[in-house]
Structures are given as structure tokens and as C-alpha cells.
Design a protein. Sequence first.
Length: 87
Amino acid sequence: MTIELLCKETIAHYRQRFLLIHEGHVWNTLTDLEFLKKIGAAKINPDNGKVYPTAAGLLMFGYESEIVYVTEDVKKVICARWNNESG
């Protein structure tokens, strides 16, 4: 999953609100990518240097289809761990 899966329009709306509430904040001059990293919505993978959305970023700026897809994957991992620990 890459940062391109986030909704640019939603990011723009959020940034506009941030700008109005935090006028003069140093983050207002950042690129979208740098801004997303600062607010915890994106993170650099140290293994490959690529930027990926965090769970918070996906929930805030992701499309419903991507959120549902990731949620299903998370459920599978949790169930597998639960079964391994319980069994």
C-alpha cells in the first residue's frame, strides 16, 4: 500500500482547515508528503525508504474500499495470532 491510495481532495480539505486554525504554523509551508509525516498519517519504511500511510492516515484520508481491505487483512492476522496463542 502506498501513499497514492490516500484521497488528495480530503488531504487538501484538511490542510485548508489546519491553515485556518493554525495560521502561521511552520507546517503550512510543507509539501503534502512532509505534512502527512508530521501529523503521523504517513511513515517512511526503513527497509526500503518508501513512504506508506499509517493506520491513522488511512482512516483519516483513505478511501472506504482501502480501509475495508486493510481491516479484513488485520482481522486475519489477529485471528491467526489468537488461534496460535490459544491452541
